[in-house]
Design a protein around this ligand. Structure first.
Ligand code: ADP
Ligand code: ZN
Length: 434
């Protein structure tokens, strides 16, 4: 019989038992971390060690680890073992300064692949699925992370990598792809190529489920993706510092992402006071690895804003769920004194059927504090004399004003004309002079 769970005992473990397991693993993780040059000094100088932990809440005695700590200690400063034992590294994109490197030993890679298999299984993927990974391979964790997880689950796995839409479609049709992974921003473009080729993914592919993640996206975007492809889209959360994907994933209920608490300890803090907030309240996610040997990371400030969803999930899994990421603390921008997240703008745009999936927010201060929202019109709509253009712009501007309290300029541009990136979409272009 096909089980609903990949590892039933762990996934449905009663909370007291799960927390006891976390406690035991937390002590081991802290002890191990202190084999690294960085944590030995960082915790040692404060008199902290695994002996400081008598209960899970004692983690709050420990200082936070930041991305700068990882960067400053590039490449081996947080390694808690020898290079001989490590078998892989990945790193963040590191557009400014050193990237953050992550090291894995054999155990870590097995554990990661298992979490990825568990994640995809929870959303309904099974060995008879054919899985196409449309994610960049190489240093980016979305490639190999999904690859090994999908193989472990037992799916025929196509390492298609990012881009080259015609080839993606050719592979999908040739092998009968039923499940695929991609950054959400790519899927709108892929859909447009289907259309150009006179194809409809709902009829001309066997796609049933899409795993979307690595960048913030709204519920409205998810709905669109589901409609375009006639498939269910599941939110996938991960970050390189925590392995990569497979940290948290939506189960078949699509009601928030279960964080795998046997491998990660989650805290939500107020980013200003740095104190914990209760379940249900929004704040910054702080994560601790509980199952990583080569490079444990303790109390890592992710800068991702979310909240724990209170209550139980209908799937029976006991691991907590967190809400769709609202953005990163550093994604927020200020215009005319108002704090704005790109996702607030995305939600408004995606409610207009005339608008495609790509948009760009441009900030300038040539005439004060200017904000222009550029959005692509659906291909069938853009003609120079599209009569509704002006009124559509006014409608968008007015709803945006009600949402973000600033009235932006709206520019509707032809489909395919905004700049595209192969990986994560860049949604804000800040051209303001400091
Ligand atoms: P890099 O640091 O090179 O951009 P990562 O892939 O490690 O690479 O990026 C991790 C970040 O991506 C997370 O901290 C978060 O901001 C974002 N992210 C990942 N998954 C999601 C998701 N499902 N929803 C929203 N944001 C996500
Ligand atoms: Zn669930």
């Amino acid at each position: 019989m096909d089980s609903r769970y990949w590892q039933e005992e762990l996934e449905t473990m009663p909370r007291p038992q799960l927390e006891a397991l976390q406690m035991e693993k937390l002590k081991t993780a802290v002890a191990r971390s202190m084999n690294s040059k960085f944590y030995k000094e960082f915790f040692g100088s404060k008199g902290l060690s695994e002996k400081s932990i008598d209960g899970l809440d004692d983690i709050q005695k420990f200082p936070f680890t930041t991305k700068d700590d990882l960067r400053d200690n590039w490449p081996f400063g947080l390694m808690a073992t020898s290079v001989d034992e490590c078998v892989r590294m990945h790193c963040t994109s590191g557009t400014t300064g050193n990237p953050a490197a992550v090291l894995y030993n054999r155990h870590d890679l097995d554990s990661w692949a298992n979490l990825m298999a568990r994640s995809m299984w929870s959303s309904g993927a099974r060995p008879n699925d054919v899985f196409q990974n449309m994610s960049g391979y190489g240093l980016f964790t979305g490639g190999l992370g999904f690859q090994y997880g999908a193989e472990k689950l037992g799916m025929l796995t196509i390492p298609a990598a990012a881009g080259n839409s015609k080839r993606q479609i050719y592979l999908m049709q040739s092998f009968g792809t039923t499940a695929a992974h991609s950054v959400p921003s790519y899927l709108g473009r892929l859909y447009a190529v289907f259309q150009e080729m006179g194809l409809d993914p709902r009829k001309d592919t066997k796609l049933k489920r899409l795993f979307i993640g690595a960048e913030p996206h709204s519920e409205e975007t998810r709905q669109r993706i589901q409609e375009m492809f006639g498939a269910k889209a599941y939110n996938s959360f991960g970050m390189t510092e925590m392995n990569g994907p497979g940290v948290a994933f939506e189960c078949e209920c699509q009601a928030g992402m279960h964080i795998w608490e046997d491998c990660y300890l989650i805290e939500i803090i107020d980013p200003d006071t740095l104190q914990r907030v209760p379940d249900g309240e929004w704040g910054e996610m702080v994560l601790t690895t509980l199952d990583r040997q080569a490079m444990p990371v303790i109390r890592y400030r992710t800068h991702d804003l979310t909240r724990i969803i209170p209550g139980d999930c209908a799937c029976g899994r006991t691991h907590k769920r967190f809400d769709r990421i609202k953005g990163r603390t550093d994604d927020m921008f200020i215009v005319k004194g108002c704090n704005i997240f790109p996702i607030q703008i995305e939600r408004v745009l995606m409610n207009f059927p005339e608008i495609g999936t790509d948009y760009l927010i441009e900030l300038t201060n040539e005439q004060g504090d200017d904000m222009t929202v550029k959005a692509e019109l659906k291909p069938e709509l853009f003609t120079d004399n599209y009569p509704e253009l002006e009124s559509l712009k006014r409608k968008i501007a007015s709803i945006l004003r009600d949402t973000i309290l600033v009235t932006p300029k709206i520019q509707l541009v032809p489909h395919g004309t905004l700049p595209k990136s192969e990986g994560k979409a860049k949604r804000v272009l800040d051209l303001r002079k400091q």
